[in-house]
Design a protein around this ligand. Structure first.
Ligand code: V47
Ligand code: SF4
Length: 372
């Protein structure tokens, strides 16, 4: 940190940016206006430098990864998010519904290869209710008792509880007892109500998304948070989104990681919108890392941005490369992400070492399983 401070002091920075940089060095939270200024700054070296100060404070030279796989139980969905390339309606060509047997076959296959976590996210199915999903989790735990389950976005939980006629509290209690250990961060999209109504009109609202995570945190279920960026939003919208997350985190402390999700445009209603540049992606990581000082981890979801960009993101505040995934997800490949996303742990370790950082294999709760 001392050498970082010396380098910083030798830089000739414009007044406003200098004040913001001093706040970062003094561990003082940024205001929303500060974050907007950082988004407008094109000095990528400075943004990376500042993000790295925050990253080092939180996780030193460590970069986390885990051995995981995804289960996408269905792509049948009651919602009509305009950015989605994946949803189908019941009976439509390309729709799928996994049975519990299909899911257990995957669980056996991937745990035999050493997976420690399963990530379960799918469409918002019209009929399946909370007890169906609780049975799914119980059967997984029976076959693989040590496998940690990170499952269901707040949007899926909202619908399955409505279908089961139970409150969110009751539904989460049922799921926790069945083996749910943490929740993924999807469904957050963009919290600004006007934009949300435009891009995902029938999805669970922002306030309810935040409430469901707050209830989960209070019940001892940690979760992640995401933002879908690069669609129609401006910097004010992004900062508003970060600010709502930071405020909830002050109250509950239950978010483990923040995951920016870059909009991918293939096969959806927004395919005319240009995808963000690498510079914009790195800037988004950096400002998120600096502003969300109270969320411990920043994850680069490499199937979406590619492995080269994921390597670079480690110099812009990222300390988690998610996982091995093993070609088990379709959400992003259908929208134009990596075709068959898979990385061996040796490859993830190599990627982290190339950036002169320390690879750390983690579990769902960021407990260290092994350092390399
Ligand atoms: O909410 C859908 C996104 C999310 C597109 O918590 C798209 O570890 C970009 O929950 N372009 C679901 N994004 C995925 C999710 C997730 C993913 C990775 C890690 C974690 C975690 C959670 O996928 C949705 C939506 O924001 N999405 N379509 C698209 N065309
Ligand atoms: Fe359904 Fe999720 Fe696609 Fe929205 S993003 S339509 S909720 S599968």
């Amino acid at each position: 940190m001392d050498s970082a401070l010396k380098i910083y002091q030798s830089l000739q920075l414009p007044g406003e940016i200098k004040k913001i940089s001093e706040k970062v060095f003094d561990s003082e939270p940024l205001t929303s206006e500060d974050a907007i200024q950082l988004f407008q700054c094109n000095d990528m070296a400075l943004l990376g430098f500042l993000a790295n100060v925050v990253k080092k404070r939180l996780s030193g030279d460590y970069v986390y990864f885990n051995r995981n796989f995804h289960i996408e139980p269905t792509n049948i969905c009651i919602n009509h998010c305009k950015f989605c390339s994946y949803r189908r309606h019941q009976g439509q060509k390309g729709a799928w519904e996994c049975s519990i047997e299909d899911i257990l076959a995957d669980v056996e296959k991937f745990t035999a290869k050493g997976a420690t976590e399963v990530h379960i996210v799918g469409g918002v199915h019209p009929d399946r209710h909370v007890n169906f999903y609780a049975d799914m989790l119980k059967s997984i735990k029976k076959v693989a008792p040590a496998l940690q389950i990170k499952a269901f976005t707040a949007v899926e939980i909202d619908q399955m509880c409505q279908m089961g006629n139970v409150t969110i509290e009751e539904g989460l209690r049922i799921l926790k007892e069945a083996g749910l250990e943490s929740m993924p961060g999807g469904g957050a999209e963009i919290f600004d109500e006007t934009l949300r109504a435009e891009i995902c009109p029938d999805k669970t609202g922002s306030a309810e998304w935040l409430r469901i995570h707050s209830v989960a945190h209070k019940m001892g279920i940690p979760s992640n948070a995401t933002i879908l960026y690069g669609l129609l939003e401006n910097y004010e919208h992004r900062v508003d989104h970060l600010n709502r997350l930071r405020t909830l985190q002050e109250q509950t402390g239950g978010f483990n990681a923040f995951i920016p999700l870059k909009f991918k445009r293939e096969n959806n209603a927004y395919s005319k919108i240009k995808e963000t540049t690498l510079i914009e992606d790195l800037k988004n990581y950096a400002v998120s890392r600096i502003f969300l000082h109270n969320i411990p981890h920043l994850k680069a979801y490499w199937p979406m941005i590619g492995k080269q960009a994921a390597r670079l993101s480690l110099n812009f505040g990222v300390d988690d490369l998610d996982g091995t995934i093993d070609d088990s997800t379709k959400i992003y490949s259908m929208a134009g992400g990596e075709e068959k996303p898979s990385a061996s742990s040796a490859e993830l370790i190599e990627m982290i070492r190339e950036m002169k950082m320390v690879p750390v294999e983690r579990d769902t709760h960021y407990n260290i399983l092994k350092t390399y």
